[in-house]
Design a protein around this ligand. Structure first.
Ligand SMILES: [Zn+2]
Length: 379
């Protein structure tokens, strides 16, 4: 009897040992596997603390599938700003060391932006701009705006309103709003801070200081003008070169108006207003402080009959149309661009901007206002 009991005991003991043994082996395997995952994640460069969080979120396999490190993911986990549905986005968006960075990713998702849009938003905007974008409701075509490097998030509301009123393309909307064209001419006027710059923009939204006179004015060669005019030295040289070249082609291209002071411009504008009324005068004459002639960078030219109004019909103009950019000039108030420049077509009014800018403007059929916004008015 005793022998039977001790045999049973022995069997039970054996079974217990086997179970305990199996359990131990199972634990060892599990631990080994966990260690393997841990090691793999360490190898990818994740910190131990991050790995704990990855485990807690049950994401080991997902992270291992990506098989790469993401600083954005790590930071979202370490700062407790991780949202599981945004897992893929954390991987796609390169980390930026900014307190608003991860909150901005999460907020953009909540606002309804899709993955592609969010990736583009982070490609083109910084976190300060994104924070401002988030003041707006979802803009479903946001990617059409932000790709232009002259997009200004501060003008977003104006772009949206202007877009509703016009059928212009996105880049036209952005350019024209940045120029100020969503408001009437001569509104929101800014004073020009650097009137000496060769690329200074003077238009109906930007005025020169009343007292501004360029400090390097010099008279243009008497043979090349109708009456004495002054231009800035670089412009004078360019014009003389161009006019001489025209002459060697049997043409007679002469300057008739160059630098004009604020007071001269004021008198001229007031005279035109007295003749034609303000509305009409504004189409062809600049208000004082808004004339390019005050910069010493602009010149009006005529042919042999010395008439501005007839200039378009002259051989001189035909030649000029082909060659003006080679000397650094642009036709500042082109045909069919009055809605941008605010001035009727003036084939005779040349503005100096230098050869490379003049060539670009000619090639792309732009006004200087558009060029300035797209290339010079950087954020
Ligand atoms: Zn002029």
């Amino acid at each position: 009897m005793e022998a039977v009991i001790s045999m049973r005991k022995a069997i039970i003991m054996k079974i217990i040992f086997i179970i305990a043994g199996l359990f131990l082996i199972y634990q060892l395997i599990i631990n080994f596997m966990i260690d393997q995952d841990y090691l793999k994640l360490r190898k990818l460069n994740f910190q131990p603390e991050t790995i704990e969080k990855i485990k807690a979120y049950n994401m080991i396999n997902e992270v291992l599938e990506k098989n790469k490190y993401s600083k954005t993911l790590e930071e979202s986990l370490l700062t407790n700003q991780f949202h599981k549905p945004n897992f893929d986005l954390y991987y796609e968006i390169p980390f930026v060391d900014n307190a608003a960075f991860i909150p901005n990713i999460n907020k953009l998702v909540t606002r309804g932006y899709n993955k592609t849009q969010i990736i583009l938003i982070f490609k083109y905007l910084n976190n300060k701009e994104i924070t401002r974008l988030l003041n707006h409701n979802l803009i479903s075509d946001i990617e059409k705006y932000i790709v232009f490097d002259y997009f200004l998030v501060g003008n977003l509301e104006r772009y949206l309103n202007y877009q509703k009123k016009t059928n212009h393309s996105y880049h036209q909307v952005i350019t024209q709003v940045n120029i100020g064209l969503d408001n009437p001419f001569y509104t929101n006027i800014k004073e020009i801070k650097d009137p000496h710059r060769l690329t200074v923009l003077v238009n109906k939204y930007h005025h020169l200081p009343n007292t501004f006179i360029p400090d390097d004015l010099s008279p243009v060669n008497d043979n090349l003008v109708v009456k004495t005019i002054q231009l800035r030295t670089e412009v004078k040289k360019a014009f003389e070169k161009m006019s001489n070249e025209a002459q060697t082609n049997g043409l007679n291209l002469k300057g008739t108006s160059g630098f004009r002071s604020y007071d001269e411009q004021k008198q001229l504008y007031n005279y035109y207003v007295s003749q034609d009324g303000k509305e009409l005068a504004d189409h062809y004459s600049a208000r004082a402080g808004h004339s390019e002639h005050q910069t010493g960078l602009a010149i009006d030219v005529v042919g042999p009959d010395e008439q501005l109004d007839n200039f378009e019909k002259t051989e001189e103009f035909k030649w000029l149309l082909k060659h003006h950019h080679e000397y650094g000039f642009i036709i500042r108030y082109p045909k069919d661009k009055e809605y941008i420049t605010g001035y009727q077509y003036e084939p005779w009014h040349l503005r100096y901007v230098g050869v490379s800018i003049a060539s670009y403007i000619k090639e792309n059929n732009l006004t200087f206002d558009e060029y300035y916004i797209q290339k010079l008015d950087k954020k």
